[in-house]
Design a protein. Structure first.
Lengths: 235, 235
DNA sequence: AGATTAAAAAAAATCGTTTTTTTCTGGATC
DNA sequence: GATCCAGAAAAAAACGATTTTTTTTAATCT
């Protein structure tokens, strides 16, 4: 199990080291994953006792995990009426997409302005890891590849990581996860007729050339074409 | 007690209606207020049992309230080691200020672009309410005036309220509250040698004239001069 | 029949206690 | 004198049971 509350991978060198995270954190991670990959459908009522049996823990960790997920907009809470999986809608999605573009635009601009050598290198590495990994598992089926997802997120995070604001980075991370959820819900794992790999490449090289305008416009259209594709399939 | 978790005022027409909010929500509101006004000093360890006695509730609501406040960056949590009040520093503050300017810039631009008649009118009203209220309580002492704080926040919220993204509005709200905390900590309630009222007026009229560039630059310098003033007094 | 109210069931919220983990303290060792 | 290890104390985390609140069901009245 991962140590962090956020989705991600435990890169620790000692895989057998004992898990120091609380049950709350572990449970939050599991529920988060289940919501992101669609195991819990949008709008589903999350009954405390059900979750307790499903995840094999008491009410305290479950309740606290749900509180945590509320702040990431994956779970909604109504006082005295419990929790439910955040609902999805076309309107919510386009607001999400719009906001994400606004925030990432600024983050990328700042990152290009302030990024140092280490940033450039981390970006190149992240792109390399992403590029040599197949989007879908062998044989062209459209199942999502979890490894690819992780590398894809790592690449987009690397792009903006030098923006100079951990606050903004956290917001972008939240919006990224919400976006993934829409991708999972729509059942899409690949975009026919698009060369995603080339888009990433083009964004990266503009960033490395310190051409903020071009990099931003490529990033935005990357997001927007993905967005349009998703919107068509929503409901 | 307010119904909402967020700081604010209950504007309900029936003041005697029974409080439907959970103990968790009430407690979160009380702890939030205590952190914002400085009753809990930054870095203070928040021991569950202490909070239970202080607020007269059990461990569950306290624990959940702290989880909630974590997402607003008012409380920090370390697994297995409990909670503490978020620390403050000059570096954190300037990051906060910077991020806030980035987000509010975009929000104000969008708001000016899309705001309708109702937005204009709400803005005028909010400014009116703010302008006819004294910043400090009678006789020039520098005690913060809670009423003024509420109207001030309402004015700044009104400015950006037509931006079209509730997500962005929520982020701005969070950053506003974090900023207030710095203001309270620094012990400042008024800025000698500045005409805050005139600054608000100038921002508003540029916004009403739909001059985004001028409005934004006035808003940013409003924040930055406040920011510089605060930074001087931090540690 | 439809609406209103009362009782029962279900679920959320809360509490007090138990378990686990961390922190503190004092002494032994190098 | 500093470091390292118990063991004790304190605190956090988790649990299971109890209390409230909401929702559902059933019955009564117009």
């Amino acid at each position: 199990m991962e140590t962090s509350l956020k989705s991600g991978i435990d890169h620790s060198a000692t895989p057998l080291r004992r898990d120091t995270s609380s049950l709350t954190a572990q449970t939050a991670g599991r529920i988060r994953a289940d919501i992101l990959n669609g195991a819990w459908k949008p709008g589903t009522k999350l009954k405390i006792s059900d979750l307790c049996t499903r995840y094999g823990v008491g009410t305290t960790p479950v309740r606290e995990a749900l509180s945590l997920l509320t702040s990431d907009n994956l779970v909604e809470r109504v006082d005295q009426r419990g929790f439910r999986v955040a609902v999805v809608s076309k309107a919510e999605f386009s607001e999400l997409l719009k906001t994400r573009c606004w925030l990432e635009k600024r983050a990328l601009e700042e990152s290009i302005l302030h990024g140092d050598r280490a940033w450039e290198e981390a970006l190149v590495i992240a792109h390399h890891h992403l590029a040599r990994f197949p989007r879908t598992r062998e044989g062209g089926d459209f199942d999502a590849n979890p490894e690819w997802e992780i590398r894809h997120k790592a690449f987009h995070t690397a792009l903006i990581s030098a923006c100079g604001s951990s606050i903004l980075l956290r917001y972008c991370d939240q919006l990224y996860d919400q976006n993934i959820r829409y991708r999972m819900i729509s059942g899409i794992s690949a975009y026919p007729s698009r060369r995603i790999g080339e888009e990433h490449e083009a964004i990266m090289s503009a960033a490395l050339d310190r051409d903020a305008d071009v990099a931003v416009s490529r990033l935005i259209s990357h997001y927007e074409s993905t967005g349009r594709f998703l919107e068509e399939r929503l409901r």
